[in-house]
Write a protein that binds this ligand. Structure first.
Ligand code: SF4
Length: 380
């Protein structure tokens, strides 16, 4: 782990890493080093299959001549994120990590263990440009897009942590949710490169199942349609947060460009094309969107569609005017929506005792770091 106060290095882009490259590009990069192309598979195996970290990857390349290992690791597997700290709660079933990127920016990921599966929630951007007023990340705006390798490294690190037994009984990572900081579809190409690396079988990638991956979007209709064209049957989650345009315009400002009717159209296309139920994310906010007339509106909006409502009890950021609904009102809301035969679940509130809401840990790190520069360089 590193020191929060360590000086920030300022590079325009994150260091190049094999996870930023396609299989062919990895082979070309290795050839440029004067090595046989199959070294690309060997270093990929060390990273994706043996889950080697930047320090251990030289030793992990047991099938590569010793003389080639350091140059290969330096060119294709440099450190892209360094862990500043990790915090555990829920009796060790939840581990939240704070990462520092090459330019001193902070992002977060969270590993959640369950009896029969393990999930990592990853960030896809430093900050977020969608400006949802109740969200800690949205308040800071977008600093920059993350590289594919920065996204992938959060997943590899989670798999490494779970396999090592440092977070309880050793187990395999089964699920990835793109619900951390940022809007993944607004960082389209790096997100897609990362997703392909997660899905590619060993040694090219982590070999995860598309069914275990959830991609959350605020409702960028053209980007969802473009993603649908990729024909990768992951679960889509759409952050709706309000059933009517008047309220959604203020809670999710992108609604001014893509109103609910257009969002519902693309949700229908996604569900019918993939055969997958789309998850409707709804952060329940006291006296803002938790009224029963809005529950009826939501029920009517979703009745007969292939959707599932995931209610998220709001985790208020310190000093925020937004608050969570009472448990009683939450239950009334659930019952009302369910009366329209729309499946509803309430998201568990893992990690809340450790600045759990998306962006809170990174925001705290930013404000406590004397090296904070407000650097807003972008690689997009
Ligand atoms: S709720 Fe999601 S889309 Fe909205 S600002 Fe926060 S991270 Fe961005």
């Amino acid at each position: 782990m590193t020191d929060l106060a360590a000086p920030r290095r300022r590079l325009a882009r994150p260091p190049a890493h094999l996870a930023d490259l396609t299989v062919d590009e990895r082979r070309a990069a290795v050839t440029e080093l004067g090595m046989p192309a199959f070294r690309a598979e060997q270093i990929s195996r060390a990273y994706f299959t043996r889950l080697a970290d930047p320090v251990g990857i030289v030793d992990a390349m047991t099938d590569v001549p010793v003389a080639d290992r350091a140059a290969l690791a330096a060119a294709l597997a440099p450190e892209v994120l360094s862990e500043v700290r990790h915090l555990t709660c829920d009796d060790g079933w939840t581990v939240k990590s704070l990462w520092r990127a090459h330019d001193g920016n902070f992002v977060e990921s969270v590993v959640m263990r369950y009896p029969n599966r393990a999930t990592v929630c990853v960030s896809s951007q430093v900050g977020c440009g969608m400006a949802c007023p109740f969200c800690a990340t949205g308040q800071g705006g977008l600093t920059r897009n993350m590289s594919a390798a920065e996204i992938v490294e959060q997943v590899v690190a989670a798999a490494r942590l779970l396999r090592s037994g440092a977070a309880g009984e050793p187990m395999r990572l089964s699920n990835v949710v793109f619900m951390g900081m940022g809007e993944p579809l607004a960082n389209y190409r790096p997100f897609m490169t990362a997703l392909r690396a997660l899905l590619a079988p060993s040694p090219s990638g982590l070999g995860l199942s598309a069914r275990g991956i959830t991609v959350s979007s605020v409702g960028l209709v053209p980007a969802i349609r473009r993603f649908l064209g990729e024909k990768i049957p992951v679960t889509l989650a759409v952050s709706l947060h309000a059933p009517d345009d008047e309220l959604r315009d203020s809670l999710v400002p992108v609604n001014l460009r893509f109103p609910i009717s257009e969002v519902m159209d693309v949700i229908g296309e996604y569900a019918s094309t993939t055969g997958r139920r789309v998850s409707i994310e709804y952060a329940l906010i006291r006296d803002v969107n938790d009224q029963l007339d809005r529950a009826h509106l939501l029920g009517r909006l979703l009745r007969g569609t292939r959707t599932h409502v995931n209610l998220i009890p709001l985790d208020p950021t310190p000093g925020s005017k937004w608050d969570a609904s009472s448990p009683e009102q939450q239950q009334r809301f659930v019952d009302t929506v369910a009366s329209y035969r729309v499946p509803v679940t309430v998201r568990d509130t893992r990690g809340r005792e450790i600045d759990g809401a998306c962006g809170q840990l990174a925001a705290a790190a930013r404000s406590s770091s004397p090296a904070d520069s407000g650097d807003s360089s972008s690689d997009s």
